[in-house]
Design a binder for this molecule. Structure first.
Ligand code: NAD
Length: 488
């Protein structure tokens, strides 16, 4: 009976109440329509989410516009204080956030608890502290001083994907707020829940009304009007290349600056002089989050002389991966986010096999487990110009190709439309530097993977994106830089 009495806009997910409406101008706003949000763990309907339209997009931008002058005039110290208060709120609700995120997108509960949600809090703390540490270089021009400052730019629209929902959202929300911008966040429709909890946390922390809005809905219905809105001064997007093209077109019409963090087809280069156990450890890590990681090194490029040995070591590690319920402490690989995504992944694999690829292991859904579990897969005998080597699969699917020379390795590594990241395994420091300098990638890791420092620039080259965020680069993007020249 209690459930029947619960208001329709309140869902209880993993024991946590989640408001499924938008958060606009400091209040909850419903839409005429809703859409269903399902859990990838068992397919259960978790909630019915407000299905935003252009009207809610306009209302959210209007609220962000109204709140902008006040927030822009708020001192950096006060903005930083509020960001730390949000981080406190995230830490206080860390277990709830982790549980809701796992129910919603199927990624491992243990990584949400120990890695992802602490990082969410850190996103706020880092950009709060960075704001206060921003240098204001004073250059001298024949006695005149140049003083550089980062002025707040205006309402910012932030659009994010489902593979790491709150982590990727706060990686944008935190610097945008720190910079003095107001924000409208549109989370992905397959994982909308933790963004709603973030709105609760920000409100409880005392963030003024309208400074952070959250609009729910489908990309084409509410994302498109948000990015086409002429009152928006920044658009930051993380997601796929086709969506990025639409957003860039919309932004182009208003000359709104955009930051685009897109897909990848990153290589892992394994040279014969590498520590092969380390190389195999790095390779098996690519199945984390069921391969739904933009940075994943999905193309294994291995020097021929060690290919057999490397493959054996990787296969042994992959065989030890435990697939299953992402809430279980013992699980290494959880489900794929959505049936449509599973179908897409399997389509890539089936077409690759039909074109002559060979599955060293995996190669299809996990029939024993059922549901949305896809077996960690390694495909070999693949051509450089084939679909499986050129297109982002965004699932637990790696390809393996061999090379004989450094020259060939670099050519294969750079031979896609993408340029997000690359990993090099080698025991030779000089080679590492030489190869890294020739790779087209926003991040190159040498004998490591996924080591991230928020002070460093992050982004992709070619179709992996436009611009860099992280550290002061985030402030360069979200701020309007001004140079004030004063006579002696
Ligand atoms: P997607 O492009 O389908 O959707 C991303 C977001 O865009 C969603 O919120 C969606 O609702 C919205 N959207 C869709 N159409 C829109 C439109 N016309 N206008 C405005 N917004 C619209 O991407 P996805 O499938 O959610 O995410 C997976 C992709 O994201 C992969 O390509 C992955 O590599 C990429 N990704 C990149 C990074 C990075 O930092 N480079 C990080 C994570 C994921």
């Amino acid at each position: 009976a209690a459930a029947a009495e619960a208001p329709p806009h309140l869902a209880t997910v993993a024991g946590v109440p989640v408001d499924t409406r938008h958060w606009i101008g400091g209040r909850r706003v419903a839409s005429a329509d809703t859409f269903a949000d399902h859990s990838p763990i068992d397919g259960a309907e978790l909630a019915r989410i407000a299905r935003g339209t252009a009207a809610e997009a306009d209302a959210a931008v209007a609220a962000a516009t109204a709140a902008f002058p006040g927030w822009a005039a708020t001192s950096p110290a006060e903005r930083a204080r509020l960001l730390h208060a949000i981080a406190d709120g995230v830490e206080a609700r860390l277990e709830e956030l982790a549980a809701v995120e796992t129910a919603d997108n199927g990624a491992l509960l243990r990584s949400h608890r120990r890695g992802v949600m602490p990082r969410v809090a850190h996103n706020f703390r880092f950009f709060a502290d960075r704001l206060l540490a921003l240098g204001h270089p004073a250059l001298d021009t024949r006695g005149h001083t140049n003083r550089v400052s980062w002025d707040p730019a205006g309402p910012s629209v932030l659009i994010t994907p489902w593979n790491a929902p709150l982590m990727l959202a706060t990686w944008k929300v935190a610097p945008a707020l720190a910079a003095g911008n107001t924000v409208v966040l549109k989370p992905a429709e397959w994982s909308p829940l933790t963004a709603s909890l973030l709105a609760d946390i920000a409100a409880a922390a005392g963030l003024p009304d309208g400074v952070l809005g959250v609009v729910q809905g489908l990309g084409a219905e509410v994302g498109a009007p948000l990015t086409a809105h002429p009152g928006v001064r920044r658009i930051s997007f993380t997601g796929s290349v086709p969506t990025a093209r639409r957003i860039a077109e919309a932004a182009g019409r208003n000359l709104t600056p955009v930051s685009l963090e897109l897909g990848g087809k990153s290589p892992l280069l394994v040279f014969a002089d590498a520590d092969l156990d380390l190389a195999a450890d790095l390779a098996v890590e690519q199945y984390d989050n069921a391969g739904q990681v933009c940075l994943a090194a999905t193309r294994l490029l291995v020097e021929s002389s060690v290919a057999e040995e490397f493959t054996a070591r990787l296969a042994a590690r992959a065989a030890a991966l435990r697939q299953g319920d992402p809430r279980a402490e013992t699980t290494d690989v959880g489900p794929i986010i959505h049936p449509r995504q599973l179908e897409r992944i399997d389509g890539f694999v089936r077409r690759a096999l039909a074109a002559g690829a060979r599955a060293v292991f995996g190669g299809g859904p996990n029939e024993e487990l059922g549901g949305l579990h896809y077996r960690p897969t390694l495909l070999t005998d693949v051509r450089q110009d084939s679909e499986i080597v050129q297109e982002e699969v965004f699932g637990p699917v790696l390809t393996l190709q061999t090379f004989d020379t450094e020259e060939e390795a670099v050519a294969l590594a750079n031979g896609t439309r993408f340029g997000l990241a690359a990993t090099v395994a080698t025991g030779d420091r000089a080679r590492a530097d030489r190869v890294a300098d020739r790779l087209v990638a926003g991040t190159v890791w040498v004998n490591c993977f996924f080591v991230r420092d928020l002070r460093a620039p992050f982004g992709g080259s070619r179709e992996s994106g436009i611009g860099r965020e992280g550290g002061d680069w985030s402030f360069d993007f979200y701020g309007d830089l001004r140079n004030t020249v004063t006579a002696p």
